[in-house]
Design a protein around this ligand. Structure first.
Ligand code: PLP
Length: 352
């Protein structure tokens, strides 16, 4: 089965061999306070910095998931009020979880086809953190680096937190324009599910230390303390850290991965533009995600396509939330091979 699911998604083909290596090296049972662990963790972080071009003064943390990062931000970086801009299910869910922790949280929805107009944004004085889902996996929209930069310039005093779960390690992200970035590894990183990565500016670190919230095992102040030794507050997913290190050793620079995905994306767009029976859910090219492509058709047709695809050994991503019945999604993630995309296109040709 070739998986085009946008998470959990196709893993790199080298994963089984790396798992075997980890087992043989005895890494599957190492203690997470040992020198051996710290060295591996430091290596994985060094490679992340190098391959993703993370600025030097940013910190990198391992978490359990992207969902956990939503809570860490509300717990440790917000005293009272965060502001959530969203246009899909993940951004909305983040806002809802944040509300349970900080009741004053503001949620502002924008429409699917809308390029965010930063000049029109009104974020009040009391807001401490602006939260944005950079790549909305549920509908295949994205917020550009340029828009995030504009928000940074308009609100230099506030922290900006970015959910980049389905874009990090696939497209180039300008980390310098925001303070907290996070993702989980089962999307563009091409790894099995079970770990999140959180990247924090020194301003975010200073804020966490100043607030000093320490009520949780995953309070950022504890995470910072442990990360001074490349450790985590809990026993982490050691295998995932190992697999991350091994895959990062092999991947190209983020700029060449970005260029590859951009070119694949354009090929998909040309391909789908000839179709009469299906179309991209998102019509505004400025806001289309490069890594998650959402196709819309009649519900009956979507069911047929998904079932036939499964028979042909192709797993398409189901529609999500409100778009469950009338869309399907295709992951444009780096671990997917070129020949697999050809197989998908050959299959879809008959349904265009
Ligand atoms: C997948 C996804 C999440 C949730 O990731 P978990 O690893 O399940 O916590 C959050 N946000 C976005 C945008 C996602 O695509």
């Amino acid at each position: 089965m070739i998986s085009f699911y946008p998470g959990p998604s196709r893993v790199y083909s080298q994963i089984p061999a790396y798992v075997q290596d980890a087992y043989e090296a005895g890494l599957l049972s190492i203690n997470h306070r040992s020198a051996e662990f710290m060295e591996m963790s430091a290596n994985a972080i060094r490679l992340l910095r190098e391959k993703l071009e993370i600025p030097e003064d940013y910190w990198v943390f391992f978490t359990a998931s992207a969902t956990e990062c939503w809570e860490i931000i509300s717990q440790s970086l917000v005293r009272k009020k965060s502001y959530h801009l969203y246009n899909g299910a993940f951004g909305e869910k983040w806002w809802q979880y944040a509300q349970k922790i900080q009741p004053q949280v503001v949620g502002k929805a924008f429409s699917l086809e809308e390029t965010l107009q930063v000049a029109e944004l009104k974020v009040d004085e009391a807001v401490e953190v602006i939260c944005i889902t950079q790549n909305e996996t549920s509908n295949g929209t994205a917020v550009s680096n340029a828009t995030i930069r504009e928000i940074r310039e308009k609100y230099p005093e506030k922290l900006i937190a970015i959910d980049a779960t389905s874009s990090m390690a696939g497209v180039f992200l300008d980390f310098s324009t925001a303070d907290v970035w996070f993702a989980s590894v089962q999307k563009c990183f091409g790894l099995p599910a079970g770990m999140g990565i959180m990247i924090c500016s020194s301003k975010a670190i200073d804020t966490a230390l100043e607030i000093g919230e320490n009520n949780h095992y995953n309070s950022l102040v504890f995470m910072i303390e442990k990360m001074r030794d490349y450790q985590t507050t809990h026993t982490p997913n050691v295998l995932s850290i190992y697999l991350l290190m091994r895959t990062l050793e092999k991947v190209s620079s983020i700029h060449s991965t970005d260029a590859m995905l951009q070119s694949r994306f354009e090929t998909y767009m040309t391909f789908f533009s000839t179709g009469k029976n299906m179309e991209c859910l998102i019509h505004n090219p400025e806001v289309r995600s490069k890594t998650v492509i959402t196709l819309q058709a009649e519900a009956q047709r979507i069911r047929e396509i998904k079932a036939a695809a499964k028979k042909a050994g192709i797993l398409l991503g189901n529609g999500y939330g409100g778009w469950k019945e009338n869309t399907f999604r295709i992951a444009n993630f780096p671990a997917i091979e070129k020949k697999e995309i050809e197989i998908l296109k050959n299959f879809l040709e008959a349904y265009l």
